[in-house]
Design a protein around this ligand. Structure first.
Ligand code: ADP
Ligand code: MG
Length: 239
C-alpha cells in the first residue's frame, strides 16, 4: 500500500535521511524506533510532502506516485498524520474544519449525523463535547491535543495512520484512552499504521507486525516485536 523507495532527505545544510526503503502493506502495523534527531519526524512529514525538505526518491501510495503531490491531496487519499507536536490553528474550530474536509472528500454528513457522531467520539475519548467548537488545538494541553487529533481521526476515517510519538507528554490515564481508541479504530477499519516511538510500552498495546530501527539516515535493522524488547534492554548503540 505505501512504498518508500530510495528516499534521501536534506535541508540546505544537513543530510537527514539517506536512501531509505520501507514497504507497508494494507492492515499492517509498523513501528519505527531510533535515537533522538535521526529523522523520524522528518520522515513522517515528508510522506505528506512537507516542502521544507529537499527530497530524492519515490513514495507510492495505493499505486499512485504521491512524492510531489499536494499535502491536501495526500490527505484525501487517506493518509493521516498525528504530529509529535500538533499545531494550533487559530480562527477555525474543529467542527468547521471537519465539516469542510468531509464535504471536500465526498463524505458529507448532514448536521444531525455529524453532531451525533462527533459527540459519541468525544464521550469515548473522555473529553467535553464543547471541544468540537474550540479552535483547533488552541490552548489545549499536550494530552488534550492528542485526543483532539483523535476526534479528527474518527471523523475522517483515513486508511493509513502515522502516529509520531503519540505517547510523549501523556499521563497514564490519557495514554490508556489514546491507545484504546487507536486499537478500537484498528479493529473497526483495519488501517495500516506507522507508529514512531521511543518506548516499548505503547507497542505492548498497539502491537506492531514489524519493528524498524532508524539510524544514520536509514533503516538499520528490521524485525518483529522482539526487536523492541532488544532495544529496551540494550539501547540503540549496538545496532
Ligand atoms: P527525530 O524525530 O528522529 O527526533 P527529526 O526528524 O525531528 O528527528 O530531526 C532530524 C534532524 O533534522 C534534527 O537534527 C533536526 O534538527 C533536523 N531538522 C529537521 N527538520 C529540519 C528543518 N526543517 N530545518 C533544519 N533542520 C531540520
Ligand atoms: Mg521526532
Amino acid at each position: 500500500m505505501l512504498e518508500i523507495k530510495n528516499l534521501s532527505i536534506q535541508t540546505e545544510d544537513k543530510k537527514i535521511l539517506n536512501d531509505l526503503n520501507l514497504k507497508i502493506n494494507d492492515g499492517e502495523i509498523h513501528a519505527i524506533m531510533g535515537p533522538n534527531g535521526v529523522g523520524k519526524s522528518t520522515l513522517c512529514k515528508v510522506i505528506l510532502n512537507d516542502k521544507n525538505y529537499l527530497k530524492k526518491g519515490t513514495i507510492i501510495f495505493n499505486n499512485k506516485n504521491i512524492t510531489n503531490e499536494e499535502t491536501s491531496n495526500i490527505a484525501k487519499e487517506g493518509i493521516f498524520l498525528i504530529n509529535q507536536n500538533p499545531i494550533e490553528l487559530e480562527g477555525i474550530t474543529n467542527a468547521e474544519m471537519l465539516r469542510t474536509v468531509l464535504n471536500a472528500s465526498g463524505k458529507k454528513l448532514n448536521i444531525f449525523e455529524f453532531s451525533k457522531k462527533a459527540k459519541e467520539i468525544c464521550n469515548e475519548l473522555n473529553i467535553p463535547e464543547n471541544f468540537l467548537h474550540r479552535e483547533i488545538n488552541l490552548g489545549m494541553s499536550g494530552g488534550e491535543k492528542k485526543k483532539n487529533e483523535l476526534i479528527h481521526l474518527w471523523m475522517l476515517e483515513p486508511n493509513f495512520i502515522i502516529l509520531d510519538e503519540i505517547d510523549s507528554g501523556l499521563d497514564v490515564d490519557s495514554l490508556k484512552t489514546v491507545e484504546e481508541s487507536i486499537m478500537k479504530y484498528y479493529e473497526k477499519y483495519k488501517p495500516s499504521i506507522l507508529i514512531i516511538t521511543h518506548h516499548k510500552q505503547i507497542l505492548e498495546n498497539i502491537k506492531p507486525d514489524f519493528v524498524h530501527i532508524l539510524k544514520d539516515g536509514m533503516i538499520k535493522k528490521s524485525g518483529d516485536y522482539n526487536l523492541a524488547n532488544y532495544v529496551e534492554e540494550n539501547g540503540f548503540n549496538n545496532i
